[in-house]
Design a protein around this ligand. Structure first.
Ligand SMILES: Nc1nc2c(ncn2[C@@H]2O[C@H](COP(=O)(O)OP(=O)(O)OP(=O)(O)O)[C@@H](O)[C@H]2O)c(=O)[nH]1
Ligand SMILES: [Mg+2]
Length: 369
């Protein structure tokens, strides 16, 4: 039986083509199906009740966890209400993880870094969820699985859950459901959550607004040391790791480290009570990976101790509320038949210089009246 993975978009073409072999019906011990098994089968038919979803997530059932995320990601109105109720019931079990955002240009080594660090965390019995929000598929069309292979060891580990979220065609767009997905993973017992995203500008700001620690991965010798770097992005980072500090690159990585450290000197830290650090590492040799983790733990203990951790999360929640309201209003506005009727002509008029953009905007805004 050929079946697409549940995270592929409904209208996806061949770029997601893959086949998943049907799993065993009975449990791994060979015993006949239990209640969990029935729930799984129901999940396959998408007939789970709200309670099935909630209990499945709380029982760390990966199949149901994946189904719940799919439910949350769904854009249909029917799924929306069900998803929100599931989320509401899971809320008391959320918030306990350390949320870490990892960004960097394509090829900086984000996935390799996560694989290297993740495997170390596995040996310390952490439960790790990786939300690859913007897998390279959006750039190269079709390496979602390639991305999983780059995290090959990790993806086979039972304490790790990897969820590539297709970015819905929008290059670099952090999916708007990532915050909700984070909460669901927390309810499922994951205590560290990595959010991997390609750095293409707007993404970094969005991810910064949903994580506790924001890590910028850089490579030396890519020609972007300092001159090409957008100050804005560096200002968001709690740490910069110069990756690929191995072989011939070692010396350049060290120079880059010093340059970045100097540059950071003049910038304001995004986190009260914490001075951003610059370290080198290699996801291939493993050098510096653990020092990176120790730094993150140090960060956590300082920022929790000072109360800024809680304060930032509260701020993030408020921002979330306002983001949702803006998004909803905007969608409703443009979905309104009157606006839909007005828009094409107004756009033409602006392009032809018949009316100024300001007037077009006013006419649209008054179009509802
Ligand atoms: N030499 C060396 N190569 C590395 C290192 N980390 C990653 N690479 C290589 O760099 C390439 C890109 O690595 P990825 O981990 O896929 O990079 P990424 O940032 O996740 O890329 P996208 O998901 O496409 O944005 C791969 O060929 C890796 O093997 C490193 O520390 N040293
Ligand atoms: Mg990657």
């Amino acid at each position: 039986m050929n079946k697409k993975p549940e995270w592929t978009p409904a209208n996806a073409g061949k770029e997601y083509a893959t086949s998943v072999v049907k799993g065993k019906e009975s449990q791994h011990d060979g015993m006949p199906g239990s209640r969990q098994n029935k729930i799984r089968k129901a999940a396959a038919r998408r007939k789970l009740s709200i309670d099935d979803y909630v209990q499945g997530v709380l029982n760390h059932d990966r199949t149901i966890l994946a189904q719940t995320i799919t439910l949350i990601e769904s854009n249909s109105e029917k799924h929306f209400e069900k998803g929100q109720e599931v989320l509401r019931q899971l809320l008391p079990y959320t918030g306990k993880s350390l949320r870490i955002g990892i960004t960097g240009v394509p090829g900086a080594g984000k996935s390799s870094f996560i694989e290297a660090l993740g495997c170390q965390l596995m040996s310390e019995n952490y439960n790790l969820a990786v939300l690859a929000v913007d897998p390279s598929s959006s750039l190269s069309k079709g390496s979602v699985l390639g991305d999983k292979t780059r995290m090959e060891m990790l993806s086979r580990h039972q304490n790790c859950f990897i969820r590539p979220s297709p970015s819905g065609g929008k290059l670099g767009g952090v999916t708007r459901k990532t915050r909700e997905t984070t909460l669901i993973c927390e309810a499922a017992g994951f205590d560290v959550i990595f959010i991997e995203t390609v750095g293409v500008g707007q993404n970094e700001i969005t991810v910064r607004s949903m994580v506790d620690f924001f890590l910028l991965l850089k490579i030396a010798g890519a020609g972007d040391e300092l001159q090409g770097i957008k100050k804005g992005v560096i200002e968001l980072a709690d740490a910069i790791l110069i990756n690929k500090a191995d072989g011939d690159n070692l010396k350049r990585a060290e120079i880059a480290r010093r340059d970045f450290a100097n540059a950071l000197h003049y910038l304001k830290s995004p986190t009260n009570g914490w001075t951003p650090e610059v370290l080198t590492c290699s996801a291939v040799t493993g050098d510096g990976i653990y020092s990176g983790w120790e730094m993150i733990k140090r960060f956590e203990s300082i920022v929790r101790g000072s109360g800024f951790f809680e304060q930032r999360r509260n701020q993030q929640n408020l921002r979330w509320v306002h983001d949702l309201v803006s998004e909803r209003l905007l969608n409703e506005f443009y979905a309104n038949p009157r606006i839909k009727a007005l828009l094409p002509q107004l756009e033409k008029d602006v392009i032809n210089g018949k009316i100024p953009p300001t007037q077009a905007a006013w006419q649209l805004l008054h179009g509802l009246e």
